[in-house]
Design a protein around this ligand. Sequence first.
Ligand code: BMA
Length: 313
Amino acid sequence: MTNNHPELFQRNRHNPILTAADWPYPINSVFNAAATLMPDGTTLLLCRAEDRRGHSHLCVARSVNGFDGWQIDPQPTMPADIERYPEELWGIEDPRITFVPELNKYAVVYTAYSKDGPGVALAMTEDFHTYERIGLIMPPEDKDAALLPYRIGGYWALIHRPVGGPRAHMWISYSPDLRHWGSHKLMLEARRGAWWDANKIGLSPPPIETPRGWLIIYHGVRMTAAGAIYRLGLALFDLHTPERLLKRGDQWIFGPEERYEQRGDVGNVVFPCGYTIQPDGDTLNLYYGAADTSIALATGSINNMLAWLDENG
Ligand code: BMA
């Protein structure tokens, strides 16, 4: 099938916008960053930085315009806390930020890499300086998780991607207190066979709330003889019953095309963990890890994504 639509995302001409060379201390790579707009309009990225042991920690970078002039914390903002949280033994990765108005705090959901595999951990913060860990909320193997910003029917909701068998799907679970999780529901299944999103999918950035539903950008992993290709697709879910799928796109909408996406520690990977929305309420800045090596930015329109789903869903 040909691309009979204009591209939904435009890459920033400064891409990649952050690399290890920008870092104030030695690291191997920086990628898969969570994002949020602070009350003063500053863009905050909570970046996954990987050291030369291969272990990751999180580090804050701030920018007034969201693409350059980054102020990077002089040391790791959130290192793994192995003493108190042994499940963080091999580092912490791939954060997603959700601002939670009821608590007036940001929820940071991240991957804790334990010796039994990756699990989902949660920490709360007000300022991105100090973090109050809640600990592991989904045991291994589970990752690609984000919290919804408010309770649904009285319960907090977490989207995540457990791995139980040969295929890995997106699930949603509910909690009265952010600590105890249940009412697990299958949300979106990986397809089979030749599909771009066969066998393994996962949530990319946190869901985007729109009047028509939760718009979800998810990644699909296509295994080929030359390795995996990580690409992005769209799906829309009911606002009040988020496990209810309304529309799913058949084609991927964004994939590795530029050199910095195709080459790096893990080539052919675009992996967004965060976005910000510009003051017009429609323009989305999508921050993505490129080839597990650097951070890049692409910009799109929420309305155009919804219109694309109407035509291609
Ligand atoms: C996935 C993720 C990411 C990474 C990607 C490609 O499993 O957990 O951390 O960007 O693999 O290596």
